[in-house]
Design a protein around this ligand. Sequence first.
Ligand SMILES: [Zn+2]
Ligand SMILES: [Zn+2]
Length: 392
Amino acid sequence: MDVLGLAKEYEPYIVALRRDFHMHPELSWKEYRTCGVVMDELGKMGIPCVKIGETGVVGTIIGTGSTGNGKTIALRADMDALPIKELNDDLPYKSTVDGAMHACGHDGHTACLLGAAKILNGLKADFRGTVKLFFEPAEEYGGSLSTFEDAGQLAGLDGCFAAHIWADMEAGKISVEPGAKMAGTDLFTLTIRGKGGHASMPHQGIDAIVAASSVIMNLQTIVSRELTPFEPCVVTIGKLTAGQRFNAIADTAVLEGNLRTFNPEIRMQYREIIERIAKNTAAAFRAEAEMTDYTFGTPPVINSPENAAFARETVLKLFGEEALGEMQNVMAGEDFAIFMEKVPGVFAFVGAGNPAIGCSFPHHHGNFNIDESALKITTALYAQYALDFINA
Ligand SMILES: [Zn+2]
Ligand SMILES: [Zn+2]
């Protein structure tokens, strides 16, 4: 089975799809057109598919061959765009939607998974096993895999695989390195309560703004003074809401923050540390602090050594040693990590950076673009990984 040969043969189809999606970006939970195109394309290939929620799709390819372990592998592509204005004015397939853009490469992921579907469907007489194609909405919004789980689509899966086209890595390189590659990302809200009063009479009030300011400063010592310097961590207060008027003492302050780490144990310590610092700091000013919300977002993306080694063999088979790339970890989150907690899997990064053709802007930038040679690479990787998993 010459998967790479087929990916090259289908390259014009994949590139055309990617450009079509790029011209018609749709924001999280609004991927109606994209979902329609995906279902149409799967339909043309004769691949049965179901809609999940309003814009998700799962297609199923059941191998009819006699070789293979009969296992079921899920391949995931995310489909949503971002509320970012595209600045690539010379691009013939520039976004036609003002203020919306595929600035993360999800247009490519969707196109590549359709390309892989074409390859795998054409080869289905040669393997015994099942490939499930997950087209996921709203990844940028925190993900929608729970809707797939609620629909029963995670049941019976033996493995999973997702790839992210990555502009910060040179085109032609692929990272399937073991360990944590993307951070866990959780959010919290602290409410600080004081006592209102006239701005000229501080002795009659308890200033929630002063207490909150100290809490914010002290929370910065979590990374600098409490956690090990060998683990990258981020504690960010992104929003502070307090007070009503310049000449009144604020009785309440609300802090909203975001936490990042690659380390699952630190992730579990954050809440206790933040609560302790907030309560004790606020108490020093006679105020009270309460953790009014703590939401576990997405866990870190961690490739286990065994699964990373398995994926490495797939890369070697397709592209040889020189394709193996090293990628710097990113503090961004990725909801496929939730999937990987339930089903053993791999998250791969496929290089798409190429400054010579203007592909040097970061993800989520208005000038973001990818070297489209990454599309056939990603397509081949999806298909070959599925076949290797089924034939292992
Ligand atoms: Zn993104
Ligand atoms: Zn992304």
